[in-house]
Design a protein around this ligand. Structure first.
Ligand SMILES: *Cc1c(COP(=O)(O)O)cnc(C)c1O
Length: 466
């Protein structure tokens, strides 16, 4: 499989080169040259596979000969051996038409582990096989940082620096990132929002000289490997519930920030998985909800909410979707993104909007709706939702018709967001792995929201003697 850029100015490259490139050199996002198709007969063959075997089959379609089969199998085994549930991503039934896809059984209790355990191992593999220097630079609204650090801490040949918004991540998220002692880890706490962190990273990666001089590699969901790893559980969940739901249509409700997870669902649908609608769940940072309803993509005012991992205005994966929406016309995407950078908005026409609405529904929680959803499912279903998953469940209630089935992605364990759970007057007990973090020293540097200052801080970290 070869990869191309949404903006059309990158020569076709293979999977491993696409992983290493991260953001495309022309400022676009890398996507597969064509999307592999799985026929109904082929889907049936995949139904009985374990999570790991299914991952192998799906990954192979995109990785081709870039990684020998035995090596890929081993990478997958190692990546999911760290999960606490033998099914990796089990499905729980909450109601006759509502299933919860639990994606939080990895080491940092958020769905990011599913892709980042794999990507961490993949970077270590590339470092060893190709003698590549791997310097990971990423921005996080909280969970990506913890997961990425966990994926590569202490690994030889790899260094990682993560930017997070100062005092805008949850206590457990901060602890998971900053209590790590390994010398290959640097946490920068930026006096700004996640969008500031993401913009700084994007600009540093867009500076190809800086990127190449310091061997910068991406772990944000601009990296296609993350999207790929996340398509697997859409298939897996569908196969788990298929026999039980009869002829009913299946929707997926996806708590959304950067549009990465839901784009993986879009890709699964394009590959042939019979998903009816993708329901985009969000909070007051509702740029994507507004796009789906009105066809206007325009960042608004930033809000701090009960679901901080989704406090994002500019969704870095949106460009991938736009590419497919606008008939894979790279020239048009390049000029639209240019226009977006200048004017701050993108508007699609009526015909495109109809296409959007045929595939997506959207709901953004406001006010206390998130907490009310947590409370009512705790009381009535004896199930504690984390605040992001609660947005997903609220969106199921708003958008999924009673005679259809909805799988809501549970993107984090509630223990990561006790600030919100406490506001519901619910007391939870912490898993031991989280409980143990509270009395440990934290390692992080607070820095100004300034690209030059951050670039200067990165240079010594990425050039220090090993
Ligand atoms: C990252 C994250 C999201 C948003 O996922 P995207 O791929 O950025 O849309 C939702 N919930 C949680 C808990 C997250 O960590």
């Amino acid at each position: 499989m070869e990869f191309i850029s949404t903006r059309g100015q990158v020569e076709k490259i293979g999977f491993l080169d696409a992983v290493l490139m991260g953001l495309a050199d022309d400022g676009g996002l890398l996507i597969p040259n064509e999307i592999p198709q799985l026929s109904p007969a082929r889907l049936q063959e995949l139904e009985q596979l374990s999570y790991q075997d299914l991952a192998y089959e799906i990954f192979s379609l995109y990785i081709g000969n870039d990684i020998p089969a035995e090596d890929l199998k081993q990478l997958i085994q190692e990546s999911y051996a760290t999960f606490r549930d033998p099914q990796v991503t089990p499905v729980r039934k909450l109601k006759d038409n509502l299933f919860i896809l639990e994606l939080f059984h990895g080491p940092t209790f958020a769905f990011k582990d599913i892709a980042l355990q794999f990507l961490g191992n993949l970077y270590a593999y590339i470092s060893k096989k190709q003698n590549e220097i791997i310097h990971i630079l990423g921005a996080t609204s909280g969970d990506t940082g913890a997961s990425a650090i966990e994926g590569v801490r202490g690994k030889e040949g790899i260094r990682i620096c993560i930017l997070h918004p100062h005092q805008k991540v949850s206590e457990v998220q901060e602890l998971q990132m900053t209590t790590v002692r390994d010398e290959n880890v640097l946490n920068l706490s930026v006096k700004g929002t996640f969008d500031d962190c993401q913009r700084i990273i994007k600009d540093l990666f867009a500076d190809t000289t800086f990127k190449n001089d310091y061997h910068l590699r991406a772990i944000n969901s601009i990296n296609f490997a993350r999207i790929l790893a996340q398509t697997v559980y859409y298939f897996y969940a569908y196969f788990q519930i298929k026999n039980e739901i009869g002829e009913r249509k299946v929707n997926f409700s996806v708590p959304t920030g950067n549009f990465g997870d839901i784009f993986a669902g879009f890709l699964a649908k394009k590959m042939g998985l019979p998903i009816n609608k993708l329901i985009l769940a969000t909070n007051e940072n509702n740029i994507l909800e507004r796009f789906i309803k009105d066809g206007v993509y325009k960042p608004g005012q930033f809000h701090s909410t009960y679901s901080p991992s989704m406090d994002i205005q500019v969704a870095s994966n949106f460009e991938r979707y736009l590419y497919y929406l606008l008939d894979e016309d790279a020239e048009r995407i390049a000029s639209l993104m240019n226009q977006f950078n200048k004017e701050g908005h993108i508007t699609v026409d009526e015909q495109a909007l109809q296409k959007v609405q045929a595939m997506f529904a959207a709901h953004g929680v406001v006010g206390e709706e998130c907490l009310q959803t947590i409370r009512s499912y705790h009381e009535e279903n004896d199930y504690l939702l984390d605040p992001h998953t609660a947005c997903g469940v609220a969106a199921y209630e708003a958008c999924s018709p009673a005679d259809e089935v909805c799988v809501t992605l549970s993107t984090a364990h509630p223990a990561k967001f006790n600030e919100s759970i406490e506001r519901c007057e619910i007391e939870q007990s912490f898993p031991g792995q989280i409980e143990r973090l509270f009395d440990q020293p934290k390692f992080q540097e607070v820095v100004d929201n300034d690209q030059d200052i951050i670039a200067e801080r990165l240079k010594p970290f990425f050039t220090a003697q090993r």
